[in-house]
Design a binder for this molecule. Structure first.
Ligand code: HEC
Ligand code: HEC
Ligand code: HEC
Ligand code: HEC
Length: 121
């Protein structure tokens, strides 16, 4: 096979990949990014509701989250349907950031050691 033919084939493969990615990005755009920061934005929670500094630059601590969401007792009641309960375990009252992130994909502290059957929002 000539080099020219080979490179045309590679271009064709690359184009197919681009189209596939663009299509799935479109689906994501329609349903939002799925990041928790955007969930808050959709509920009209402003940057300044979480960030004390302007413009926002630093991570936001657990105490700020709890001003709106309450403590682990309140949270545990909301996720009682889960077995085990992510908000009530032998890990105690950890920082929200052990699991939830706002502007990047969330983590799952429990999944470091257990198989979990939930999706951390
Ligand atoms: C100014 C109030 C406010 C602050 C501060 C706040 N939230 Fe929220 N949060 C909300 C509201 C309102 C919702 C939407 C609740 C609903 O839909 O019932 C929400 C929803 C959520 C949800 C559920 C999202 C879902 O998809 O089910 C999580 C998780 C969450 N917040 C975590 C956090 C964390 C972690 C912090 C701290 C970094 C935080 N929140 C700070 C008001 C706040
Ligand atoms: C060990 C991981 C973990 C930690 C730490 C954690 N969460 Fe969650 N959180 C979850 C998971 C998992 C869910 C989703 C449970 C489900 O799908 O039912 C959730 C759901 C929520 C929800 C939605 C509850 C609802 O009404 O369905 C809120 C609000 C929330 N978390 C806030 C917080 C806040 C605020 C903190 C810190 C004080 C925190 N979480 C700490 C794992 C965690
Ligand atoms: C519900 C609380 C909340 C809201 C609302 C929020 N942030 Fe954040 N922000 C955080 C948390 C928590 C972090 C720490 C990193 C993470 O969880 O993604 C953070 C980190 C940041 C950072 C530091 C860089 C980084 O990603 O760590 C910047 C910059 C930032 N936020 C900008 C914004 C802007 C701009 C808005 C408004 C459009 C906003 N944030 C709204 C909670 C919030
Ligand atoms: C560093 C590893 C580690 C992490 C992180 C961890 N676990 Fe565990 N967990 C264990 C070990 C070890 C046991 C005891 C072994 C056993 O009995 O299977 C255990 C036992 C449990 C049990 C059995 C009953 C109990 O309380 O002893 C539950 C439920 C549980 N974990 C839930 C959680 C949840 C929910 C999280 C996240 C908030 C979590 N674990 C995070 C290691 C971990």
């Amino acid at each position: 096979m000539s080099n020219a033919m080979l490179s045309r084939m590679l271009v064709a493969v690359a184009c197919t990949l681009v189209v596939t990615l663009a299509a799935s990005n479109g689906a994501l755009a329609a349903s939002g990014t799925g990041l928790l920061g955007d969930t808050h934005k959709a509920k009209a929670i402003e940057c300044a509701s979480c960030h004390d500094e302007s413009p926002p630059a630093k991570a936001v601590g657990t105490a700020k989250c709890q001003q709106c969401h309450g403590g682990f007792k309140t949270l545990a009641a909301k996720t009682e349907r889960n077995e085990p309960n992510p908000h009530a375990s032998h890990q105690g009252d950890t920082d929200c950031a052990q699991c939830h992130h706002m502007h990047k994909a969330s983590d799952d502290l429990c999944a470091k050691c257990h198989v979990t059957n939930w999706r951390v929002p």
